[in-house]
Design a protein around this ligand. Structure first.
Ligand code: PMP
Length: 451
């Protein structure tokens, strides 16, 4: 009967379901997950796979945490829904917890996703400048290779050509600059090319006219765009540049937030960076329910106060800050803290990165980059030309890993031909055995394909 079920499901999948991103391949079997347990899931035929990309970098605590499911259940039974035009307990508690975790005085607006958290940030930034007497500051600067979401504004900040070209024109006022990508620096082969990338932002702001620029949005570490880890001074320099020009620093912590890189937030790898706005989603609930959050510093929020009335942000989200999502987020954070997940990621991450780094001995492994439980392996034809390997080889490597029971990812489409970074981001709660399996499998497969 399992087989009959599966056939029926496959047919329905082919007939009715529109998959995200991928071309709908009528011939390939859809990859249907049936159950999950910890870092693993099984397909309809009972094959087991370790999810080496945590779903879409969100399933940070793995499948099947009963405490999280119960938190959702209990909240749904006691107060199923309530809007945040008014207020409810889990949203209040969660906003206070987020401010505590950010180690500052932050106020949070809740939404449903990372894209929406970024959209909210753009609106807040523009309105902040307007209320601060600078209504002409409307432009946003982001970086090539970055992904910030799928909705119109977030897509306009996204600078991966293939994600946008069919949907032009994108929103006006979004500019792009080179990433701090020392392996293929836009500034030539020089020491500190990452600082040159930061200083370029300074120039762009000056050329555009600082009086027209509202904000800079970036991830502390580019994730889906190829795991790009800048020199530590990069973000410090960018923060200084933003401050100098009264440009808001918006950090997209949708992937890096809640421990992924070995700190609670990515910007905490440096003591000197104090972002104006931080956006979060994914790891906020470890993927158990949808939730987005946009946290703004008190400096920003002050400008939204007028005669004792605070709420003239003309923005609302019916489901944003859903009580069950907030309850799940609170439980998720409680587990992260009780199990010292962040410290664990920092400690284990170093040794995993060390092991993956040894793969650079292979002729096609150009560079291995990473932080915490986020790794990228950039593959090249040879190390001198750095020509990206073919799409076909990338596909074969990923398929070989899948065959051995390990799901890994690759960077999203940037310039065609540059989709040559394998991405590995296992759940933060993966056991040491799980992590050994990830490293060993990647090693075996690359030894075969990248000698
Ligand atoms: N920002 C970053 C850095 C992301 O990786 C993503 C999702 N991959 C988003 C924003 C958008 O999040 P969502 O898919 O929840 O809208």
């Amino acid at each position: 009967s399992v087989n009959i079920d599966t056939e029926d499901l496959v047919q329905k999948d082919r007939d009715y379901l529109w998959h995200a991103m991928a071309k709908h391949n009528e011939k390939a079997l859809p990859f249907i997950a049936r159950r999950g347990e910890g870092s693993w899931f099984t397909d309809m035929d009972g094959n087991r796979y370790l999810d080496g990309v945590s779903g879409l970098w969100c399933l940070n605590l793995g499948h099947g945490r009963k405490e999280i499911a119960l938190a959702a259940f209990e909240q749904m039974m006691s107060l199923s829904y309530f809007p945040l035009t008014l207020s409810h307990v889990p949203a209040i508690e969660l906003s206070a917890k987020i401010s505590e975790l950010l180690q500052g005085s932050y106020r949070t607006f809740f939404s449903n996703s990372g894209s929406e958290a970024n959209e909210t940030a753009f609106k807040i930034a523009r309105q902040y400048h307007a209320q601060n007497g600078n209504p002409g500051k409307y432009k946003f600067i982001s970086r090539y290779r970055a992904y910030h979401g799928s909705t119109l504004g977030a897509m306009s900040a996204t600078a991966q050509a293939n994600r946008r070209m069919k949907y032009d024109p994108t929103a006006p006022g979004f500019l792009h600059v080179p990433p701090p990508y020392s392996y293929r620096s836009s500034f030539g082969d020089m020491p500190n090319s990452d600082l040159a990338a930061a200083d370029f932002i300074d120039q762009v702001i000056s050329w555009e006219g600082a009086e027209t620029v509202a904000g800079v949005i970036m991830e502390p570490f580019i994730s889906g765009g190829g795991v790009i880890i800048p020199a530590k001074e990069y973000l410090v320099r960018v923060a200084e540049i933003c401050k100098k020009h009264d440009v808001l620093l918006i950090l997209d912590e949708v992937v890096s937030g809640f421990g992924r890189t070995g700190k609670m937030f990515g910007f905490m790898h440096s003591d000197e960076v104090k972002p104006d706005i931080i956006t979060m989603a994914k790891g906020l609930t470890s993927g158990y329910l949808p939730l987005g959050a946009t946290a703004v510093s008190s400096k920003i929020y002050e400008k939204f106060k007028e005669n004792g009335t605070h709420n003239h942000l003309r923005h609302v989200s019916t489901y944003g800050g859903h009580p069950a999502s907030c309850a799940v987020a609170l439980k998720n954070i409680e587990i992260i803290e009780n199990e010292q997940i962040v410290q664990r990621v920092a400690n284990l991450g170093e040794s995993i990165l060390g092991k993956l780094h040894d793969l650079t001995a292979l002729s096609k492994v150009g560079e291995v980059r990473g932080k915490g439980f986020l790794y990228g392996i950039e593959l090249v034809e040879d190390k001198v030309s750095k020509t990206p390997v073919s799409e076909e080889l990338m596909g074969n490597i990923i398929a070989a890993c899948t065959k051995k029971g390990l799901i890994i990812g690759r960077n999203g489409d940037t310039v065609p031909g540059f989709n040559n970074v394998l991405i590995i981001a296992p759940p933060l709660s993966s056991t040491e055995e799980d992590l050994d399996f990830v490293v060993d499998t990647v090693e075996e497969v690359l030894m075969e394909f990248c000698k």
